[in-house]
Design a protein around this ligand. Structure first.
Ligand code: NAD
Length: 458
């Protein structure tokens, strides 16, 4: 799309927003229902596109993308009216007689930039709260899964008025042009590196941002873990989407006393899951650049399990690395693929000390039935969110705001948190006129000050 047409499109969205049409709750719900219809009516086409992009199966697309989108849509349809309503809060004595309340309002024209790894969930997921909160939306999905990006563009054009919601496709150039425009909200999902670029562009116009970034999410397995459950939930959370998940367990710390047993159980669990692209239990890496990047991690560690790959087929088998140190290549950056380094610790304190030297991650997982250990880990480390005795499932609860901290992100969404991310809350005081205590007005006097102190109990 030419720069001038992007500018025209955004001008049209500003004009549409100014009409006030999106202020109506019924308009917002109507648009959310339209999105629901789009997803239902074109389910097969959507499955075909994502399969064309990286052979993601219907099963995994449904469980890890559509089910969450449908849940978010249902939640927003049910609660938009309540979330948009004014809420009363207490009023202090200085404002007697009066009422205080919070009044949400939409921010305006919003830009959503998506990542490639869950192309439907990460593109449409933020659009749902943007609509629920009464904004217009320009969505720029990642350019890497080409078929899904094109399909989203066509379907959204078919279902929505571009002045309200539109998809703009393209890569860095298009993103850069978009970021030069005036938005009232930018919601970005992607790498910390590009997150910084987005933040800088937003700063020029003081545009509020939500940055959903990544990081190296650690997992701790202590000798008090239920190992059978641990490997089941850990292996599933790591290798779903072939490890291309922002909250995937990036690496594992295991207590020395159980390391050998853990590794044996881990490998037999991987075998039992029958990971293969042909049977739909597994999928491709997004492109060969990422295959090459991932294979470099195998060069300076021991491949304990897996390691098989087919570059042309963009396949890398679930792989376990051992003899890993914090200096190993796989510990220098977020893995974002089906490779799991396992590090061994004797003293949990040392493992925590080492872990906290890395930037704050998006998630952290603790496998232990010992509450002291659970506390020790979750209180020592800073991270976006996480789970005890599970991996990645916290993302599925709309009551848990989802987002990072430090280098893993700014802000959060899902459920009401998403609505808030796309809203401004006006803090309002409504005074009554039937009484006025003239204490605060000049001429000031010692007597007035004494009364004020007495009333304010200061
Ligand atoms: P990315 O940062 O490369 O790209 C994200 C988006 O930014 C894409 O739409 C891309 O076109 C655009 N972009 C790329 N370069 C740009 C530039 N110079 N200027 C403006 N826009 C640009 O990220 P990715 O490779 O798509 O995704 C992987 C990363 O995203 C990982 O770090 C992962 O952890 C993170 N991630 C986070 C979440 C989350 O919810 N927190 C979810 C998925 C992925």
């Amino acid at each position: 799309m030419a720069n001038s047409s992007i500018a025209t499109l955004i001008t049209a969205q500003h004009a549409f927003f100014k009409t006030g049409a999106t202020r109506s709750i019924s308009f917002r719900k109507q648009q959310l229902k339209r999105l629901q219809q789009l997803l239902r009516a074109h389910e097969d086409q959507l499955y075909e596109a994502i399969y064309a992009d990286f052979k993601k199966s219907r099963f995994e697309t449904f469980t890890s993308e559509f089910a969450l989108l449908q849940q978010d849509l249902d939640d927003a349809l049910k609660n938009t009216k309540r979330w948009s309503a004014k809420t009363r809060v207490a009023t202090n004595i200085a404002n007697f007689p009066g009422k205080s309340y919070l009044q949400p309002e939409p921010l305006g024209v919003s830009l959503v930039i998506g990542a490639w790894n869950y192309p439907y969930l990460l593109s449409l997921g933020p659009v749902i709260p943007a609509i629920a909160a009464g904004n217009t939306v320009v969505l720029k999905p990642s350019e890497l899964p080409e078929a899904t990006a094109m399909l989203l563009q066509n379907l959204v054009a078919e279902y929505f008025d571009p002045e309200f919601f539109t998809v703009v496709t393209g890569g860095v150039e298009v993103s850069t042009t978009l970021l030069e425009q005036k938005f009232q909200k930018i919601f970005f999902t992607g790498s910390p590196r590009v997150g910084q670029i987005v933040y800088q562009a937003a700063a020029k116009q003081l545009t509020p941002v939500t940055l959903e970034l990544g990081g190296k999410s650690p997992t701790f397995v202590t000798k008090h873990a239920n190992l059978k459950r641990t490997v089941q939930r850990l292996v599933w959370g790591k290798f779903i989407n072939a490890g291309q998940t922002c909250i995937a367990p990036d690496y594992v710390w295991v207590e020395a006393a159980i390391a050998e047993t853990f590794l044996e159980l881990l490998t037999s669990q991987i075998r039992s899951m029958d990971y293969a692209i042909e049977n739909g239990n597994y999928m491709q890496i997004i492109n060969t650049d990422h295959v090459d990047r991932l294979l470099r991690y195998l060069e300076d560690a021991t491949v304990y399990f897996g390691g098989q790959y087919d570059r042309d087929e963009r396949f890398i088998a679930p792989t376990i690395l051992t003899d890993v140190t914090f200096e190993s290549r796989c510990m220098q950056e977020e893995i974002f693929g089906p490779i799991l380094p396992v590090l061994v610790y004797d003293d949990l304190k040392d493992a925590l000390e080492k872990t906290s030297q890395l930037p704050k991650p998006l998630s952290c997982y603790v496998f232990s039935e010992n509450t002291n250990e659970q506390h020790q880990i979750t209180e020592t480390l800073s991270f976006g969110g996480g789970a005890i005795n599970d991996t990645i499932m916290h993302i599925s609860n709309p009551e848990l705001p989802f987002g990072g901290v430090g280098k893993s992100g700014i802000g959060a969404y899902h459920g009401e948190a998403g609505f808030k991310a796309f809203s401004h809350t006006k803090s309002m005081l409504k005074r009554a006129n039937w009484l006025e205590l003239p204490l605060k007005y000049p001429p000031y006097s010692k007597r007035k000050l004494r009364w004020i102190k007495r009333l304010l109990k200061l």
